[in-house]
Design a protein around this ligand. Structure first.
Ligand code: GDD
Ligand code: MN
Length: 363
């Protein structure tokens, strides 16, 4: 197979048929396939795809259960391919399929590793994005170029063609957070890819909604962190610790209110600890473990597990810091802030590991 088109989908049932027809019209070569990666869409997009795939051998659907995330979907789709070339493209008809032959020709004739379809090569604005998204895009582009060291007109593009060999080499270094796969690729390959850009008009969406919500900025910041410092402190651990810090604040605030309302200290302390654990759980559920967010009864079960694992973490924290404090280690024992910090650090690492391995375990 010469080409695999990798298309992430989430609730795109209404776009699939038109998308496939568009590709069939635009591409004249025979040896290509389309691999959809669907995250168990509520509107059952995977069923629409599989119905078509029954009749057409060059169409496949990889259905992921209990997972969410555009980047990780793209990465797994790419890894499942054995073609020479990979084309990453959205399913919602916003990307112009007529550019595909131009991209293919450019990559082959100029012997490039990567060809990016850019929304901003000829102009700074695009019709398909709101004023707010256009503005955010421009700011984010500048930062991304600084971080990745490449000078791209559209480092956030989700429409590009890459040699599979190049992708396979980079794959182990990809972070997979969020939806900025191209930025991830550039940060991981440290400017070693030969690339070119072509312009395309980003169309307005007709069916379905954009999946990128207000939290994309958070995901974007985490990805930037992962690209720059991820090898030292993983972005998820950073997010977990920041939320832990916010928990201390919640705890003290609730304690202050209850003590002022003349509650007994033990009750007040117990209740504020539980409140802080609960806000920590929900913040982590939305921010740190977005790709595996728990809902409904699952969220409730996970909350209980979170209470238990964090309770063990807290005991370890107190036990270790106390041993260090009363022990005989030069430079640590007897110094309250060093013993205290080390205890808290061990507790945080424990809580993070247990949360990743048990509470929000990937299915
Ligand atoms: N499997 C999977 N899982 N697919 C997803 C997910 C997910 O969690 N979220 C979104 N998708 C799919 C959508 O179904 C669509 O085919 C494609 O990814 C793009 O998602 P949109 O929700 O349409 O994104 P957008 O149009 O707002 O964003 C576009 O611009 C971004 C830059 O601003 C996309 O082209 C992005 O790739 C691009 O980074
Ligand atoms: Mn879109």
């Amino acid at each position: 197979m010469l080409l695999s088109i990798i298309t992430p989908t989430y609730n795109e049932a209404l776009n699939i048929e038109k998308f496939i027809r568009g590709i069939e019209k635009a591409i004249k070569i025979k040896n290509y396939e389309i691999i959809f990666v669907d995250d168990n869409s509520i509107d059952k997009t995977y069923e629409v795809i599989k119905r078509i795939a029954k009749k057409k051998q060059n169409i496949r659907c990889l259905r992921r259960v209990g997972r969410r995330g555009l980047s990780s979907a793209v990465i797994e789709g790419c890894l499942s391919s054995s073609s020479d070339l990979l084309l990453i493209m959205d399913a919602d008809l916003q990307h112009d399929e007529k550019k595909i032959p131009i991209m293919l020709k450019k990559l082959i004739s100029e012997n490039l590793d990567l060809v990016i379809a850019s929304r901003f090569l000829d102009s700074k604005k695009t019709e398909g994005l709101s004023k707010y998204r256009n503005f955010l895009s421009n700011v984010a582009n500048k930062i991304s170029n600084k971080i990745s060291g490449a000078n791209l007109s559209d480092p956030m593009s989700g429409f590009f063609l890459i040699k599979r060999k190049v992708f396979d080499n980079i794959a182990p270094n990809l972070s997979g957070i969020g939806f900025k796969i191209l930025l991830d690729i550039f940060s991981s390959c440290k400017g070693k890819v030969k690339f070119a850009e072509v312009h395309f008009e980003f169309k307005k969406r007709k069916y379905g909604d954009s999946k990128l919500d207000s939290l994309v900025i958070w995901e974007y910041l985490l990805l930037l962190w992962d690209c720059k410092f991820g090898k030292i402190v993983p972005a998820k651990f950073l997010s977990f610790c920041l939320i832990g810090g916010s928990g201390v604040f919640v705890h003290l605030l609730v304690l202050y209110i209850l003590i002022n309302a003349e509650f007994n200290f033990l009750y007040a302390q117990t209740f504020s600890t539980l409140t802080a654990m609960t806000t920590n759980f929900f913040l982590n559920n939305i921010l740190t473990y977005r790709d595996n967010r728990k809902k409904g009864i699952d969220a409730f079960k996970s909350l209980i597990i979170f209470y238990i694992t964090c309770g063990i973490g807290a005991s370890a924290n107190i036990g270790i810091s106390n041993l260090l404090f009363i022990g005989n280690i030069k430079g640590i024992s007897g110094i309250w802030y060093i013993s205290g910090f080390l205890g808290a650090f061990v507790g945080a690492v424990w809580n993070f590991l247990m949360s990743s391995l048990i509470t929000w375990r990937q299915k």
